[in-house]
Unconditional design. Sequence first.
Length: 348
Amino acid sequence: MKVIFKDPRSGEIKLIPENLDDIWHLYNIIEEGDLVRAVTFRTAEGEKADKLRAKKAEKKKMKLGICVEKVTFHEFSNRLRIQGVIKEGQQDLGSYHTFNVDAEEMQPLSILKEQWKAHQLQRIDEAVLQRTEPMLVFVSLDDDSATVALLYQSGVQLVAEIDAHRSGKMYESKETTPEYYGEIFSVIKTVKKPDSPLVVIGPGFTRENLMKTGKEKEPSLFKDCITHATANAGMNGVHEALKVGIVEQITKENRVSKETQAVENVFEQIKKDGPVTYGMKEVEDALSRGAAEHLLISDVLIRTKNGEYLLDLARKTHCEFMIINTMHDAGKKFEGIGGVAAHLRFKY
């Protein structure tokens, strides 16, 4: 996420979401009563009513400010819908309008709040920090060469190009293959962060052979590796993978995977009578005592006064927190125990 403008006095933050995670952050930041400004397309009310002049009224580009009444996140279309009443603009004041924010066409928007909550500002800071961290590592290869590249929110950075040193063009040399793969593994080790997914792409069987060897020789590097067939290798293969939306798919799956693991860990600890507690009163008590180490809270509860109160307690007691999306199965399961749980520093 890129922050363009921030004014603590007026409570305005202008930003540009840059990927699917940023859209999800906005869903958890924007709430009822906020004023959101953005450039949009809209048909004027007078033109809508006059159906005799044209079969289809032309939509005009304009800047509007709406008072938010409803925010919905459409997971399957990767789209955020911000609905509300027009408060600022040259026309149609008092009418309803919807801003659509999607992963394919990112536009700047301003959010104005009477008071920003600490966890909302923290989310923005984390999203901005992620701009400097690689989102994933690409290995794009064929029989002749391999390209290792890092994907940042700002673009793709070429890291290394590795030659296979094959002795012939008609077959893959068994003597040079281990050395070829070894060089690739060595480069990956130097650039891959623990939370950066590894994506192996390319044509033919070399991609599959690298995956198989990697899981045998370097299981920690290839533990959650993702593979995707492309017609080209090298940087052309990387750009091909980006065009088909593999990044959006990985981003969503990665987030869901982390949240699912966190929820399942809570249920596992409950089953073992481990250092965990759940439910509003129980978690509040743990936070008040300074016994909570890591708070899990649902995206539904976080929008309530009770949720705000728990997050405030967490901040005061230096307890980390994770917001759980209730749209996936693990999130629905988490709602069944009240949508809140905490790992404890100690049992009491």
